[in-house]
Write a protein that binds this ligand. Structure first.
Ligand SMILES: Nc1nc2c(ncn2[C@@H]2O[C@H](COP(=O)(O)OP(=O)(O)OP(=O)(O)O)[C@@H](O)[C@H]2O)c(=O)[nH]1
Length: 197
């Protein structure tokens, strides 16, 4: 695949109260689940984390934010600067049920766009989305103008939004679960139940 995958794990997990990436579900850490799923499709997987030692066990290259305390946008920035490919699927480390098939499809839909973002039931999912190196300068401009929301970035680049209608017939398993993410302890408890279903 002429694209890479980037996992973002540079956050503070303050709502969860402990590192979300390292929470176990069915005996395996969330971030490892994510990595294993991406590995079905991507040879190149990069991790953006600011405490690299915790993640050596994943055996993937690790880079740090170049701009500190700027949230996920800084992770996307560092990932694009470091990745081996122009086109990369970015995934948050708190999404235990992502789909490698969907990741591949998002890449396939990216020709002619700077980014590909799923929109499910009207909600945008910019942390399971494709971003290209062409937007690095725009991200840096967002930092300079203190626009740290990914939405601000998306307003300034050429985005393909992919809705659930466009994903029909693509045989993506359990689409409603793919974007499940864990911010609070009760969402972790729910994830463990979902994983057993
Ligand atoms: N590289 C990088 N990733 C980040 C940063 N902030 C958040 N992320 C990642 O972006 C994704 C979504 O993060 P959030 O849940 O919004 O933020 P968080 O800091 O992890 O959690 P809270 O402290 O509870 O808001 C997760 O994968 C985070 O690891 C950052 O400053 N740098």
């Amino acid at each position: 695949m002429k694209a890479g995958a980037v996992i973002l794990a540079g956050g503070k997990s303050s709502r969860m109260g402990k590192n979300k990436a390292l929470l176990q579900i069915n005996g395996i850490t969330t971030i490892e689940r994510t990595k294993n799923s991406l590995r079905e499709v991507f040879d190149d997987i990069l991790l953006v984390a600011n405490d690299a030692e915790k993640y050596r066990f994943l055996n993937v290259p690790i880079t740090k934010d170049k701009v500190i305390d700027k949230g996920p946008l800084a992770g996307i920035h560092a990932g694009l600067l470091t990745a081996n490919h122009d086109t990369n699927v970015f995934v948050a480390c708190d999404m235990p049920f992502i789909s490698s098939k969907l990741a591949k499809l998002l890449v396939e839909l990216s020709d002619g766009y700077d980014a590909v973002v799923p929109v499910i039931n009207g909600e945008q999912h910019p942390l399971f989305a494709v971003y290209k190196r062409s937007i690095i300068r725009v991200i840096e401009n967002c930092f300079e103008t203190k626009q740290l929301r990914i939405k601000s970035l998306l307003n300034q680049v050429n985005v393909k939004y992919v809705t659930e209608d466009q994903l029909k017939n693509k045989e993506i398993d359990k689409l409603e679960q793919v974007f499940y993410n864990m911010n609070h302890p009760f969402e972790y408890e729910k994830a463990k139940i979902i994983a057993k279903q």
